[in-house]
Design a protein around this ligand. Structure first.
Ligand SMILES: Nc1nc2c(ncn2[C@@H]2O[C@H](COP(=O)(O)OP(=O)(O)OP(=O)(O)O)[C@@H](O)[C@H]2O)c(=O)[nH]1
Ligand SMILES: [Mg+2]
Length: 615
């Protein structure tokens, strides 16, 4: 490549959900999140590429915006970059304006607004596959001539679908487009352009979507469908994963036995067997469940169903003093509170945004799944109720439901029940789409990598640390009983225990709570290590599930479940709250209210369970 070639600095702009990020990923080979609803990208993302002609390009993916009159924090980034007012980004040399070819009636308005900026631009007509399928024809040449900018068709979800965009990046920068004539009305312009260059679309598609919407948005049947979807989701998390989990579990147990038998009784053996294998091994077992949960989330995200659910829940959100706009941030928090809290940037009203951020940690993130499953597996019998429903899946569903309900109640308290002042939900209902297998597979692969790298890094590290704290100082020679009782971790656990005794926690749970602050899953691996080290006989390699069901009371297990529904057991979430609200006060407030709720809920659960005979 010619070293003297200067890097072109270009930015992708356009309405939400037109496929900017899909195009960005396609052009730069990145793996940014793509989903079928408005407001997926909330931060600017940067990538690099080299065109076929050897020109280096620095490309910016921006949050979608409906206009340059930004109203929410995510749109504000786009506005600032386009106008050259961003604090750290220079003004792009080229704006790549992306529009959904099937929805030009809406998207052309923003194109015209961008065109007014007088910056070199190209217009990418994305989703040409959809347009074609619907029998639309677009006079691309005519459109380019009319707008005075290059117009390029693209299919960003297909390999090679962005080839023409790459070619366009090789061409010399286009001249800035001519401004609209003085006094021209954008609405009128859009209508005129559509009439001249775009054939009206086939109506069959619209009828199908209408029919689906009729059921999905039905005031009675709609919520019922949503409930069934969620129900089936939690049932499958258990039933589909079970066989794979069983074999993984026995694989890990065998590995522990094998390593244990190969090495002489030593510190190294204990480190490997009790620290690494018992620790990381117990968490890895949950991979199938986490993937099944994500398979559902990804499929729902791609199908276009989520904004419909948001629409359905608008009234429920209103009861909590929020608007339907808080739904997607809260829903994203089921994967992980961090992207959920960031997605709150799409909310314009500052009060709504703050409340959404503060209740997001209550939504059940996927890291709680191992804790829930471990305890459910150990204490809830594998029975079916009403003929078809698995009891374990039902309990899991219940835990999620309690968390959601609590979130709504907390939001209501925080908003004091006053109605949201958020602009009425200008919710764009995206097209329904059958999720592509390739996208699903890629999404799952990404989740699996994230999970395994968490296990391989933070979870193993914390567990080895915990192993060390649980093994040293070693007991004086000649003592009988478990060495862990003499260790630092053992002492900390015993020291913490009086505080947690009223909610039924034993000292082993207390020990696991501390590393569990860094990542919730670690609580599970930490319990495995603590119990493995605490074992005096040969049962050290035993599996955690039967061990817990033998040693804990049902009341303790339920109390720990209640604790994990609420406890702010994740430092990264608190760090993101600090970043997004720019205030330590809110971090302290959130941590306090969550810990108080956790302790209170665990207390009530523990004592009620004991009264009912679960002690
Ligand atoms: N059929 C089809 N679907 C596409 C195409 N490009 C993107 N999509 C889908 O359109 C949806 C939106 O894509 P994104 O890339 O997330 O859209 P975005 O413009 O980045 O959206 P925001 O970040 O919310 O502004 C996703 O479901 C994509 O899979 C395309 O060319 N054809
Ligand atoms: Mg995006």
């Amino acid at each position: 490549m010619d070293a003297s070639v200067t890097t072109l600095y270009a930015a992708l702009v356009g309405n939400p959900n037109c496929g900017k990020t899909a195009l960005f990923n396609q052009l730069t080979g990145s793996r940014q999140k793509v989903a079928n609803y408005a407001g997926v990208t909330v931060e600017r993302k940067e990538g690099r590429l080299v065109t076929p002609g050897g020109h280096p390009v620095r490309l910016l993916d921006l949050p979608g915006a409906y206009s340059l009159q930004a109203t929410s924090p995510d749109e504000d980034v786009t506005r600032a970059v386009c106008l050259g007012e961003h604090s750290s980004e220079p003004r792009p040399q080229l704006l790549i304006c992306v529009a959904d070819a099937t929805n030009l009636r809406l998207h052309l308005r923003f194109v015209l607004e961008i065109r007014q900026l007088g910056v070199p631009m190209i217009l990418v007509l994305n989703m040409m596959d959809e347009a074609e399928r619907r029998g639309m024809t677009i006079d691309i040449k005519g459109l380019a001539h009319e707008l005075g900018v290059p117009v390029i068709p693209a299919i960003s979800v297909r390999t090679g679908g962005a080839a023409r965009v790459l070619e366009a990046l090789d061409a010399p920068l286009p001249a800035p487009p001519p401004p609209l004539p003085e006094g021209a009305d954008a609405h009128v312009e859009v209508r005129r352009i559509l009439a001249a260059f775009v054939s009206s679309e086939d109506l069959r598609e619209a009828t199908l979507a209408d029919r689906l919407d009729h059921w999905f948005l039905h005031p009675v049947i709609g919520p019922l469908i949503l409930l069934i979807v969620l129900f089936v989701m939690f049932q499958t998390v258990f039933s589909w994963a079970q066989p794979i989990m069983d074999s993984l579990e026995s694989g890990v147990a065998h590995l522990g036995v094998l390593v244990g038998s190969l090495l002489p009784d030593s510190m190294l053996r204990s480190l490997l067997v009790d620290g690494v294998i018992a620790g990381a091994g117990t968490v890895i077992v949950y991979l199938p469940q986490i993937l099944i949960l994500f398979l559902w989330i990804l499929a729902l995200e791609e199908s276009g169903y989520l904004p419909r659910a948001a629409f359905l829940l608008d009234r429920i959100m209103a009861a909590a003093g929020l608007s339907g706009r808080s739904f997607i941030p809260l829903l994203s928090s089921f994967a992980c509170a961090i992207p959920g809290i960031m997605a709150a940037r799409t909310i314009q009203n500052p009060r709504d945004r703050l409340v959404t951020i503060l209740v997001a940690p209550l939504m059940t993130c996927s890291a709680r799944l191992p804790v829930y499953t471990l305890l459910i597996g150990a204490f809830i019998p594998q029975r079916t109720v009403l003929g078809v429903l698995g009891l374990q899946g039902l309990v899991l569903f219940g835990l999620y439901a309690v968390a959601i309900l609590s979130g709504l109640i907390v939001a209501r308290v925080m908003t004091r029940g006053t109605a949201s002042a958020e602009h009425p939900l200008l919710l764009e209902l995206p097209a329904y789409r059958v999720p592509s297998l390739r996208n699903l597979a890629m999404g799952l692969w990404q989740r699996a990598t994230i999970f395994l790298s968490r296990v391989g890094t933070i979870i193993v590290t914390l567990n080895v640390l915990l192993w060390a704290l649980s093994s040293f100082p070693a007991p004086p020679a000649g003592t009988t009983g478990a060495a862990i009782d003499w260790s630092l971790a053992g002492r900390i656990g015993h020291w913490m225990q009086p505080v947690f005794a009223p909610i039924g926690f034993n000292w082993q749970i207390c020990v696991s709570l501390i590393p569990g602050l860094a990542a919730r899953e670690v609580a599970v691996s930490a319990l495995a290590t603590v119990y493995a080290l605490g074992a005096t006989g040969d049962d050290a390699a035993g599996q955690l599930t039967p061990l817990l069901s033998a040693q804990w009371s049902l009341a303790t297990a339920l109390s720990l479940l209640a604790w994990y529904v609420y406890a702010p057991q994740c430092l990264s979430t608190l760090a993101v709250i600090r970043r997004e609200t720019n205030s330590w006060k809110f971090v302290a407030g959130t941590a306090t209210y969550l810990f108080a709720l956790a302790y209170g809920a665990a207390f009530v659960t523990y004592h009620v369970a004991r009264l009912l005979g679960g002690g």
